[in-house]
Design a protein around this ligand. Structure first.
Ligand code: ADP
Length: 598
């Protein structure tokens, strides 16, 4: 019952969505379908008159009445064909408008989504359901609306014919349809439950399929010959699904068949009564066809209405994810920030910040006290997993501290308008995006408003150290990247990193955040780049995570992290003199270089 209530609420919501997307077209489509339904019943009445007039003509030898009825019938057929085309036209426009509306709403809402949502498995399921099902299901609901309107129109007009013959006929026909509706709804609920149960695994299968077919993965997949392992996992999942489907379907075959047969017995019983009445009341053959066709049309209209209602119920369950997603993001929107970020800020300060990722208990950051002054360069070092990237994520307000506060000039970072903050941040992450676009666009996306300013793009490419390479390519900046696309080139990881760094330079934000952006560059190139960042950003603030001490030593202040805590800070010389963790890490790396040189 709860599910039915929810589904009705969703169907109403979907109608509103359809109405909002293109109100004129939905009304026009409904009106055209009502006329089309009435015309169908009118056709049966005209057909009765044709048969009756043919019978008259046999007696009188005159065909003029028959011809008039035939012409009228022909006119209704033409009109019916016209209405069908008009309905298809309206439906097509409505479908495109609704698609556009859903896509716009979803993309708009997702762009406002907090990063912590992405750590939630159910969010991914919801997102995939929306992408995979909601649009198609909304279209299916649109088809259902059309069929429902037409079905009701046919049912009402044929019911009027049957009502004149015997009111009980109509009532009985409605009652006999109810068990079918219940069975269809039961099937829909069961199918939806199965769909939900399988969803995460299906998503997993899709991600495996993408993984084994992605260009960058092919070499490793081939060497390790891992495809058969994945294929067998996928096939076993499908085998399991087929068995489950068989069980569900078998259960309903008998029930559906019994209901269908019951309906047929009832229909033939009604037809027998019609024959009896026709004989007793000496009615015409035309009347016999009229009532037979009305019974058949009424029944198929009722069957259509039932099917449509159960498929609407089913579609409603799927479209639910769309409405849930919209609700989720409404919360994110409500908490919009107020104070604008000022690019001339003095300092950013972490005060006793603790953090654990959503859904986990352990603190990844513990009691962090950390200051960033404008115009200075900072490096964060530490072993893998010590919490460096997490610290940056909090600085970028991608997550909120679990305990403690981050201040920007004594204003809680949560009170700052996030768009104004991001406007001043240039960032390069370890897993930066490799856009399947031209080099120009890959860099230009750092500042969409200036995307076509080739002069600035060239300057940023020079700063990122990639311009010389780009100029050596036949298509230069217009070269498409990623080998999966036509006329493209594949870059080495180091070259990709330079493109991502150029993108950050192109954005030219006040704060530069670099999370191991140079891991694939050689030490000389990395050092050269950081020096360039220092020179270029003498007025700007830079926070860098790096492993090579040749680069790290250039920073004004170095923070050393271990197990989620900042255990040391200071300049390179101060930390070396301290002879602590930093000095230890430095000596291990220096030894490596020393041995390499031997
Ligand atoms: P580092 O950058 O120093 O290598 P990270 O900040 O990436 O370290 O990770 C610190 C710890 O947080 C690790 O133990 C890692 O497993 C965990 N972690 C990172 N991202 C997430 C996440 N999204 N959800 C849960 N735990 C995470």
């Amino acid at each position: 019952m709860q599910k039915i209530k929810k589904s009705i609420a969703i169907i109403v919501g979907t109608f509103k969505l359809l109405y909002k997307s293109a109100s004129f077209y939905i009304i026009a489509m409904c009106i055209a379908n009502i006329f089309s339904g009435i015309l169908l019943s009118l056709g049966i009445v005209i057909w009765k008159n044709i048969i009756d007039s043919v019978q008259e003509s046999i007696k009188s030898g005159r065909l003029d009445n028959t011809i008039i009825w035939l012409v009228i019938h022909f006119a209704t057929i033409l009109l019916q064909a016209l209405l069908t085309e008009i309905c298809a036209y309206y439906k097509n426009i409505l479908s495109t408008c609704t698609n556009k509306n859903i896509t716009q709403n979803v993309l708009d809402k997702i762009s406002k989504m907090e990063l912590e949502k992405y750590d939630d498995v159910s969010f991914y399921d919801k997102l995939k359901k929306v992408n995979e099902e909601s649009t198609a299901r909304t279209m299916s609901l649109l088809n259902s609306v059309e069929m429902l309107v037409k079905g009701v129109s046919v049912a009402v007009s044929t019911a009027m014919i049957l009502f004149r013959f015997n009111p009980l006929f109509m009532i009985l026909s409605i009652i006999i349809s109810i068990p079918n509706l219940i069975i269809n709804m039961k099937i829909a609920i069961m199918q939806y439950n199965v769909y939900c149960d399988r969803f995460e695994n299906k998503r997993y299968i899709d991600s495996i399929k993408n993984l084994i077919t992605a260009h960058e993965n092919v070499k490793e997949i081939k060497i390790y010959n891992s495809t058969p392992y994945f294929v067998s996992y996928i096939l076993n999942s499908y085998k399991k699904y087929i068995e489950e489907d068989k069980k569900i379907r078998k259960k309903f075959v008998l029930e559906s068949f019994s209901m269908e047969s019951l309906g047929n017995i009832f229909i033939y019983f009604l037809k027998a009564i019609v024959c009896y009445e026709i004989v007793i009341q000496k009615m015409s053959i035309g009347s016999l066809t009229l009532y037979f066709s009305s019974i058949d049309n009424f029944r198929s209209a009722m069957a259509n209405i039932i099917n449509v209602m159960s498929s609407m119920f089913e579609d409603g369950l799927y479209v639910q994810s769309y409405f849930e997603l919209m609700k989720d993001t409404e919360t994110a929107k409500e908490s919009g920030r107020k104070k604008k970020f000022v690019s001339e800020f003095h300092k950013i300060r972490f005060e006793n910040v603790w953090f654990s990722y959503p859904g986990t208990q352990d603190y990844v950051l513990k009691d962090i006290n950390f200051v960033i002054n404008r115009g200075k360069n900072y490096a964060i070092v530490g072993l893998n997993g010590s919490g460096k990237t997490t610290l940056l994520k909090l600085l970028l307000r991608l997550y909120k501290p679990t305990k403690g506060t981050i201040y920007i000039d004594e204003i809680d970072i949560n009170e700052i308008d996030i768009d104004s903050y991001y406007k001043e941040i240039s960032a390069v992450f370890q897993d930066f995006i490799k856009y399947p676009l031209t080099i120009k666009d890959n860099i230009g996306l750092g500042n969409v408003a200036e995307m076509n300013n080739l002069e600035k793009i060239n300057k940023a490419a020079a700063q990122g150290g990639i311009l010389e390479f780009v100029n050596s390519l036949p298509m230069g900046m217009e070269t498409h990247l990623q080998k999966e696309w036509s006329n493209s080139v594949e870059l080495s990881l180091g070259q990709w990193q330079k493109v991502a760094i150029s993108r950050a330079f192109f954005k030219n934000g006040q704060i530069m955040v670099l999370d191991e952006p140079t891991a694939s560059l050689d030490p000389m190139a990395e050092q050269d780049l950081f020096q360039k960042i220092k020179d270029l950003t003498y007025e700007k603030t830079c926070v860098l995570i790096a492993h090579r001490f040749s680069t790290v030593r250039l920073a004004d202040v170095i923070y050393v992290m271990k197990n989620g805590e900042i255990i040391e800070s200071g300049s390179h010389d101060q930390l070396i003199n301290k002879n602590g963790e930093y000095a230890l890490l430095f000596s291990v790396q220096a030894k490596g270089y020393f041995e390499d040189c031997e």
